[in-house]
Design a protein around this ligand. Structure first.
Ligand SMILES: NC(=O)c1ccc[n+]([C@@H]2O[C@H](COP(=O)([O-])OP(=O)(O)OC[C@H]3O[C@@H](n4cnc5c(N)ncnc54)[C@H](O)[C@@H]3O)[C@@H](O)[C@H]2O)c1
Ligand SMILES: [Zn+2]
Length: 384
């Protein structure tokens, strides 16, 4: 556990009923004239953009729509939107979408200069400073990107996804309005919900865990264990969806204070090379990696059991096993695949996967148990 720690948070977070109605006041408070609206075609197609835009119209500001963004963009695809934003003369950024949209908007907020772009930030993420304030409205629950200083892009030449971390990217304003996830399709709700679960359990068991991250990670875990099934299974259960939205925000704060571990590290090549959705690749690796980590974080998993399950298990071993079984049960219940079969990952690619996965030392150093190349190989073999 860290002995020195700090926490940077968004300036203001609005949640609860009709939270979107705060938009006009936020825009007025910042004297916004030209608003860059980041979103994607999926959000527009679902009719979701209209909800915040109705509020934006009340503020009477000019808007520029930036929506030509694929899910989980490469840094080159994200750079195109950054360039459009730069050329637009916008003075404030609104992002309405999942992690892909929010991450691109966050990069734009620190890239109003011609001196460098996302490619350069991959090498030296710390050089950029905030140029424009941001308002994040997540539509998945979720990546927690609305809370974190991270933006993740695919880097095709490395066949990896890479996280750019810079506290200047932390959102200024966040609106968590459950209306934005009311009709989230079950498949996306399941994958993004398990992503939030992975954030929380990885942060709680990681080497960088600290009292700040623990508070939010444990809070997120309790809410996710209680709500994820209902939020995905019952389209009408707005209370469960609201809880998931807050939990994924909490898990994002836990990432800001601590960081994820080997589940995320080993999943980056799966997203980067085979374009497996971020939540799905994490879900596939979640139980195998947690089983591998268990001897090194038994006490932490046991604490999760005591707080979240309050069952009859007696020993730490029984308790941590029950937590891992629940993680596995959630993935199965939500019908997320538990192996890479069907994703076109040939067994011959194993060594490439191991090489790429081991490159993600930024996260692997945070894993409670040392992961060697042999360990990574065994873990990938388990899910191939
Ligand atoms: N910055 C961070 O801290 C952080 C953390 C985790 C993941 N990520 C990154 O975020 C990305 C994944 O984000 P995501 O999982 O939120 O998915 P996403 O943003 O990639 O969206 C996936 C698909 O779902 C659609 N969609 C989103 N919300 C919807 C809704 N309410 N209704 C209908 N369709 C909807 C989108 O249009 C898109 O087609 C990855 O690139 C991942 O690496 C970032
Ligand atoms: Zn994640």
């Amino acid at each position: 556990m860290l002995t020195k720690y700090n926490l940077k948070l968004p300036h203001a977070v609005f949640s609860g009923e009709d939270a979107l109605e705060n938009i006009p006041a936020i825009l007025a408070e910042n004297a916004v004239r030209r608003l860059a609206v980041f979103t994607d075609k999926g959000i527009e197609g679902a009719g979701l953009l209209e909800l915040p835009m109705a509020q934006v119209r009340k503020a009477g500001v000019e808007t520029i729509l930036l929506d030509d963004l694929p899910a989980e963009p490469s840094y080159l695809e994200a750079q195109k939107l950054v360039d459009q934003c730069k050329a637009s003369g916008a003075d404030f950024i609104l992002a309405v979408g999942g992690g892909s949209v929010m991450d691109t908007a966050k990069l734009s907020s620190i890239l109003m200069t011609d001196e460098y772009g996302i490619r350069e930030l991959l090498e030296t993420p710390g050089r950029a400073r905030k140029c424009m304030k941001t308002l994040m409205i997540p539509t998945t629950a979720g990546t927690g990107s609305e809370a974190t200083p991270n933006a993740i892009v695919a880097v095709p030449e490395k066949q990896l996804k890479i996280g750019i971390v810079n506290a200047e990217m932390i959102a200024d304003y966040v609106i968590l309005d459950a209306e934005m996830i009311r009709k989230l399709p079950r498949k996306i709700a399941a994958a993004t919900g398990v992503d939030a679960l992975a954030h929380a359990i990885e942060c709680f068991t990681g080497n960088k865990a600290n009292p700040f991250s623990d508070l939010y990670a444990m809070g997120a875990l309790e809410m996710i264990f209680d709500n994820i099934d209902r939020a995905c299974d019952d389209p009408e259960d707005m209370d469960a969806k609201r809880q998931m939205q807050i939990a994924s925000f909490y898990a994002g704060i836990a990432i800001t204070a601590a960081g994820t571990t080997a589940v995320h590290a080993l999943s980056y090549p799966l997203g980067g090379k085979y374009h497996i959705a971020h939540g799905v690749s994490n879900a596939i690796l979640l139980a195998p990696v947690m089983r591998f980590n268990e001897p090194a974080c038994r006490d932490r998993l046991s604490a999760v059991y005591d707080r979240c399950f309050r069952g009859k298990a007696q020993t730490q071993e029984e308790k941590s096993a029950a937590v891992i079984a629940r993680l596995e049960g959630i993935v199965k219940h939500l019908n997320i695949p538990t192996s890479l079969q069907g994703f076109g990952v040939p067994k011959e690619d194993l060594e490439d996967l191991v090489r790429s996965g081991m490159e993600v030392q930024r996260l692997l150093v945070n894993n409670p148990r040392l992961v060697t190349a042999d360990d990574a190989r065994r873990l990938y073999q388990e899910v191939l």
